[in-house]
Design a protein around this ligand. Structure first.
Ligand code: NCD
Length: 359
């Protein structure tokens, strides 16, 4: 059962919660900040952002840190749970309840799917999902959309190739779910049959009426694309190393394939890259993945301003620790934090309110 949210602040767990107009509004704010950064250097004076990173991160964590510092705020947090009380067995609930007393905004990255949603139930301040396992990564999507709006001039009427690990790549899930809300976008899903999009993302695409095709050849598809979104095979999400080895190196973008692409193609990648984009592509002006990392900081500045606007800290509502227990997804946060209350939503069937897995 979904709990009523009575707190005077919002969270960003899934970009679904932000109407399309709000998303474009954030991009407009990011553009203004980028053109006049000095106007914003004191906007978050006295505010503290906490980074709770239970999983490795370079860009997301540091761009959040740079974003709050450039807005005149401060940052606290950990990037290695081994150095925090998590190593002593502290639950996610307790860690979040404590840290959210110290901060005005909390960013969390965690290996379990639905962890950010779980954190939001116990936080005294707004929570931003900075990646929950192989589920979602909404602020990377804001980064990707800002990159598209700056380098293509639009986020609609685009043919977007999503290539690589579409099953485990959380950036792809958030991006596909958001882009399908803008008119005229269509997707070419380029992956091996084993690593195509998970059912909960495919069903969002189908329900949106957005056109998509599946392909197993990057070379055959590249000529049709306005945008190519490359991703790495997510080694850490594979149960067996042999399966990872079978999947890695299947899709590699190189200068030869770029010769078959449109002159206006833009190549994005959330990074880190492993071997899926040859270094020679970096010198092609159509490759914008390093610019993308810079855009990510500005759009996170815009997001922080939006989230803190009028937000007041509040004690989270008291929850009965019934235990969810029912989600069949072994990667769901409910499997490792058993006190979580049951949370289900009903669409075509029951889905877990933490990880979107069908129940
Ligand atoms: C991505 C992530 O962590 O999901 N990186 C990022 O946040 N920029 C992509 C990845 O790790 O492959």
């Amino acid at each position: 059962m979904e709990m009523e949210d009575t707190r005077p602040f919002g969270h960003l767990i899934d970009l679904d919660a932000f109407p399309a107009g709000m998303v474009t509004g954030l991009l407009a704010t990011a553009r203004t900040i980028m053109s006049k950064p000095e106007y914003y250097c004191d906007s978050c004076h006295g505010k503290i952002l906490a980074t709770l990173f239970y999983e490795p991160s370079t860009r997301t964590q540091m761009s959040f840190q740079a974003a709050i510092l450039r807005l005149g705020g401060k940052v606290i947090g950990f990037d290695n749970p081994g150095n925090s009380s998590v190593s002593k067995g502290e639950s996610l609930k307790d860690t979040v309840r404590v840290i959210s007393n110290y901060a005005d905004i909390l960013t969390i990255r965690h290996p379990q799917e639905g962890a950010a949603k779980a954190a939001s139930l116990f936080s005294c301040c707004c929570v931003i999902n900075a990646g929950d396992g192989g589920h979602l990564h909404p602020t990377q999507t804001l980064t990707d959309l800002f990159t598209l709006s700056e380098t293509k001039g639009r986020i609609d009427h685009l043919t977007v190739g999503l290539c690589g690990d579409l099953l485990n790549g959380r950036t792809v899930h958030s991006l596909a779910k958001t882009l399908c809300r803008f008119p005229g976008n269509r997707f070419v899903l380029i992956s091996t049959p084993e690593l195509t999009l998970p059912p909960y993302v495919l069903s969002v695409l189908r329900d949106s009426g957005c056109a998509f095709t599946m392909s197993t050849s990057l070379l055959d598809s590249i000529g049709d694309l306005d945008v190519l979104y490359m991703t790495r095979i997510q080694r850490e999400r594979f149960g067996a190393e042999e399966e990872y080895k079978r999947q890695k190196g299947v899709f590699v973008l190189d200068a030869e394939k770029m010769r078959h692409a449109k002159a206006e193609l833009r190549v994005l990648h959330p990074l880190p890259r492993v071997d899926e984009i040859d270094y020679e592509v970096d010198y092609d002006p159509r490759a914008v993945y390093f610019d993308q990392t810079a855009y990510g900081m500005y759009v996170r500045q815009a997001l922080i301003l939006h989230m803190l606007d009028g937000a007041k800290k509040a004690t989270p509502p008291r929850l009965t620790p019934e235990g969810a227990g029912l989600c069949p997804n072994p990667r769901c946060i409910t499997r490792v934090e058993p006190y979580l209350p049951p949370l289900f939503t009903f669409g075509t069937g029951y889905v877990c309110g933490y990880c979107d897995h069908e129940v």
